[in-house]
Ligand binder design. Structure first.
Ligand code: NAD
Length: 364
């Protein structure tokens, strides 16, 4: 039997609720596919500050390092807002990404037909959209040196440095090619090569790597053009790969195109470790009410099955069960629509689990 160790970091706010429901979905995967998951819980964020004084205790980091993958809820909340920046819950997240060298951030943006009206775009434009933005996460303007505000001739000057080494570009580009290879085999590389030397290097490396992936069609777009095309023809994109700064903006744009925050999963991957978490935060305004939408976290776990464990069939099953549940009209309050059947966190998960069972048997 295949066994996988999962580090479970529930975090704050709605984190414990949505992660709890996601573990039930994973237990159903164990039943249906004869695999075994070992869940081990660790502290992160505000709850870790309260218990240990540190948003990412050493113990949690060690737990992550001995696990096959990490499932995270969300961190943060008003209780910790007044702490100094380097002791805030969110610092725990930044540190885990850095300490585990999670250099590729994957943000899928898929339009679910039953939720098509949640998109700000016309249904005929957005229908069929199913893309992944692969954003480099550990380099670029956010980390380049020199940086700071300096004084020159009695005036302040703000400086950040856009910088990428060849190796940093190559590893994230390879990851994107690997993903594209398993999807619709189209890769859009986004840069600003008409103005920036860093982007020139980026483009050269994409071209070099494309020789190793002849089955993948490559398109290069300037970032300003890409931002426009994502709104004009979102369904034409498959995998988009880009640097940290451009990816920060484009991944949010992709998210808003498909609609609801409660539906957006993500993964942050390196060569050894991978962390899966919803895009949204800890939603303190609805924490403890039993109404949070668990689907973004469930879909993050589905990504874990696909990308970290190679369980593509189980991952597909979860996605189909989510779709079927939405088609049947079940909704949490954040995605409610006219005539829907409104339910809470646990009930919508019950429906998803029932649909997993049903769809699995339909298939056999
Ligand atoms: P948020 O994403 O937590 O919430 C924004 C709005 O969306 C809220 O009205 C919330 O109720 C709603 N929402 C979010 N997820 C939902 C879900 N699954 N189901 C139903 N409704 C949902 O963003 P925010 O309010 O700006 O931040 C709250 C806290 O979360 C802050 O402390 C912030 O720093 C933190 N945060 C954490 C992460 C993370 O852990 N990755 C990301 C963003 C924000």
């Amino acid at each position: 039997m295949q066994r996988f160790r999962i580090a479970v970091l529930r975090g704050d706010g709605i984190g414990p609720e949505i992660v709890g429901e996601t573990l039930r979905v994973l237990k159903k995967v164990e039943d249906l596919f004869g695999v075994s998951f070992e869940f081990e819980e660790g502290l992160i964020g505000g709850v870790a500050i309260d218990k240990t004084g540190d948003p990412l205790p050493e113990e949690t980091l060690e737990l992550c390092k001995r696990s096959d993958a990490i499932l995270l809820g969300a961190v943060g909340g008003p209780k910790w807002d007044d702490l100094p920046t380097d002791r805030k819950p969110e610092k725990g997240l930044l540190r885990i990404r850095k300490d585990l060298d999670l250099y590729a951030n994957l943000r899928p943006a898929k339009v679910w037909d039953p939720l098509i009206d949640a998109s700000p775009l016309k249904p005929e434009v957005v229908r069929g959209t199913d893309m992944i933005v692969v954003r480099e996460l550990t380099g670029d303007l956010y980390y380049g040196e020199p940086r700071g505000v300096f004084e020159e001739n009695g005036k302040r000057v703000g400086v950040n440095t856009m910088m990428y080494t060849e190796d940093e570009i190559r590893r994230v580009v390879r990851k994107a090619f690997e993903i594209a290879k398993k999807r619709r085999k189209k890769l859009t590389s986004v840069d600003k090569a008409n103005v920036l030397e860093v982007s020139g290097l980026w483009r050269e490396i994409v071209e070099e790597e494309s020789k190793n992936y002849p089955e993948v069609e490559v398109e290069h777009l300037y970032v300003d053009n890409c931002a426009m095309q994502m709104v004009r023809r979102p369904s034409s994109f498959d995998v988009i790969v880009t640097g940290n700064m451009f990816g920060d903006i484009l991944s949010d744009e992709a998210g808003v195109i498909v609609g609801s925050l409660g539906m957006l999963p993500s993964a942050s991957m390196g060569d050894r470790y991978a962390l899966y978490e919803p895009v949204h935060g800890s939603a303190p305004d609805i924490a403890g009410k039993g109404i949070a939408n668990p689907i973004a976290t469930i879909l993050s776990a589905s990504m874990m099955l696909r990308f970290s464990f190679g369980l593509a069939e189980a991952s597909d099953l979860i996605e189909k069960a989510v779709e079927r549940t939405l088609e049947e009209g079940w909704r949490t309050p954040d995605i409610r629509s006219e005539g829907c059947k409104e339910v809470g966190t646990k009930e919508i998960t019950d429906r998803i689990i029932e649909n997993m069972e049903r769809l699995r048997h339909e298939k056999v």
